[in-house]
Design a protein around this ligand. Structure first.
Ligand SMILES: Cc1ncc(COP(=O)(O)O)c(C=O)c1O
Length: 398
């Protein structure tokens, strides 16, 4: 495979993880549908056992452990994120669970951000605690103040920046510096930014997670996760993912790699449109606050500008007080912002959010209901018309 590291992100995304010269001239990598891998001899079978024992994970042994299709995708994302190796999982939550369990044992302490993706919080509460992991949720804006929360048994610090639903940026480089000095492993959910807008490993993070379900695949048609690791973190994450049965299907991996080719272009358009819509929303009387770090007056803007190279199309909106009926009247009949939990696809989505259910370090206070918008690739004027009609329905329902 050619070395494309000297090129820009746009060019790397187009050429990463494929090698036509070693694939009969075919542009895209092949899709291996595989459970069984045949070994030509006992010696070669034993060689793969030695490969596993040494932590190299180069050869292929069984479908669950990955194939050349898996490896092509892992290599592509590793290149974009600037890592050592990556591990594909069946979905983003799988990458989160595998990465956490790779480093945590009974009696260890986990520091995890309070504005965490809801199902990851549920995993912490319902599973990690059950297995004896002590958990402290830290406020996303804590910065170096996190040092006061370190305990002798603190093993992992976990970031999601910006946070789910409320979109605060955490000072990742300041915290990873403290963690490195203490031998604490750091893990980050980088799904909002994707490698186009933030490269966690270059800010000191050990494991960077992407739900490839979202922007990387970009078409709302598959589930996939990936954890990009430093050299030290790779074997623990790979062993845990394989040993727990997390693996991605070949067609989903192929589709995600197809999406990856246009990721930088899509991210640019998502950001441009999201900024237009976020600023339009800020001028609306129905809106109390827009939570989007790319907005110049957002409390996280300075950190975002310092560390990120762009923004995605996902942000939060807090409305002024209105009735449940008014809120539903707005969201029920949207034509373009359809109601749905996901994001990162080409299409716009909206969902009501309930941050107070998911915060324990700091209470969530807001004058009215809140929602999350995913600004897709539609023309932003059309999206504004859709929102304008929504606010008109809201007024009629008063
Ligand atoms: C920030 C974030 N991380 C991870 C995930 C989980 O990804 P998946 O749905 O592929 O498990 C999601 C899904 O919504 C998410 O919003």
């Amino acid at each position: 495979m050619k070395d494309v590291t000297s090129y820009s992100m746009e060019t790397q995304a187009l050429h990463a993880g494929r090698d036509p010269d070693n694939n009969h001239g075919v542009v895209n990598p092949p899709v291996y549908h595989c459970s069984t891998v045949i070994f030509p001899s006992v010696e070669q079978l034993l060689a793969t056992r030695r490969d596993r024992a040494s932590g190299a994970y180069e050869g292929f042994t069984y479908g669950r452990e990955g194939t050349a299709t898996t490896r092509a995708f892992e290599d592509a994302i590793t290149l974009l994120e600037g890592g050592y190796r990556a591990v594909v999982t069946s979905c983003g939550l799988g990458a989160i669970c595998a990465s956490l369990t790779a480093f945590l044992s009974a009696g260890d302490h986990l520091l995890i951000v309070d504005s965490l993706y809801g199902p990851a919080r549920t995993f912490c509460e319902d599973f990690l605690k059950k297995f004896g992991v002590e958990i402290t949720y830290y406020p996303p804006g804590i910065g170096t103040g996190i040092a006061a929360l370190f305990q002798p048994n603190t093993r992992v610090v976990y970031f999601e920046s910006p946070g789910s639903l409320t979109f605060e940026i955490t000072d990742v480089p300041a915290i990873t510096k403290l963690c490195r000095a203490r031998g604490i492993t750091t893990i980050m959910d980088n799904t909002w930014a994707s490698p186009v807008c933030f490269r966690p490993l270059s800010h000191g993070v050990d494991v960077s997670i992407n739900a490839a379900t979202k922007y990387i695949s970009g078409h709302s048609d598959l589930m996939l996760g990936i954890a990009v690791c430093t050299e030290e973190a790779f074997v623990p994450v790979k062993k845990t993912a394989s040993g727990s049965g997390y693996c991605g299907g070949p067609d989903d991996i192929y589709m995600a790699m197809r999406g990856l080719r246009t990721l930088p272009l899509r991210m640019k358009r998502h950001q441009e449109s999201a900024l237009i819509i976020a600023q339009w929303l800020q001028r609306r009387p129905e809106v109390s606050r827009v939570m989007y770090p790319a907005l110049p007056d957002d409390p996280s803007h300075a950190l975002w500008q310092r560390d990120f190279t762009g923004a995605s199309g996902l942000f939060g909106v807090v409305l002024n007080a209105c009735t449940d009926r008014q809120f539903a009247a707005m969201l029920d009949h949207m034509e373009l912002f359809r109601l749905g939990y996901s994001w990162g696809g080409y299409e716009s989505l909206a969902v009501p959010t309930y941050p107070s259910d998911l915060r324990s370090a700091q209470p969530w206070v807001a004058p009215g209901p809140s929602l999350r918008l995913h600004v897709g690739l539609e023309n932003p004027d059309d999206l504004i018309t859709d929102l304008e009609r929504g606010f008109a329905r809201m007024a009629q329902a008063a």
